[in-house]
Design a binder for this molecule. Sequence first.
Ligand SMILES: [Zn+2]
Length: 166
Amino acid sequence: MSGASKPSFMALALAEAERAGERGEVPVGAVVVESGTGSVLASAGNRVEELRDPTAHAEMLVLRAAAERQGAPRLTDCDLYVSLEPCAMCAAAISFARVRRLYFGASDPKGGGVEHGPRIFTQPTCHHRPEVYGGIDDARSPLINLSPIGYCHRPSCTARARPGDP
Ligand SMILES: [Zn+2]
């Protein structure tokens, strides 16, 4: 993956989602980018099945890896790119990590926790709200329109998001 534009970071997240799908995971991918340098600190896809860890969502994995790499638990100068609207657990973790900006692809009315359901960042108990750029598939990113990957967190949706599908 070359270049440092936003589409390329989202493309990287989508590629991680595709690889997660190939591993039999729900196809969601995420990337943490240091905003100042544009360097990728971490990228991952879901590993829930592989690690037998219900919290091993792509976002959790990249937040942990990026924090370890930074040597600090807060990622104030970092942006997170996710192929799908994060769930409530991941949204809370994003807030705890003090992520600067959140970019996500498809909205997830069923499992999302940012623009749907608990809307974590709008809660009074949420003490850091990142700038959110969501639903990037809504005609703003042809890149994502081309790919059904990461459409839904639900395992039952994996079938319609198989790698290689148009
Ligand atoms: Zn999640």
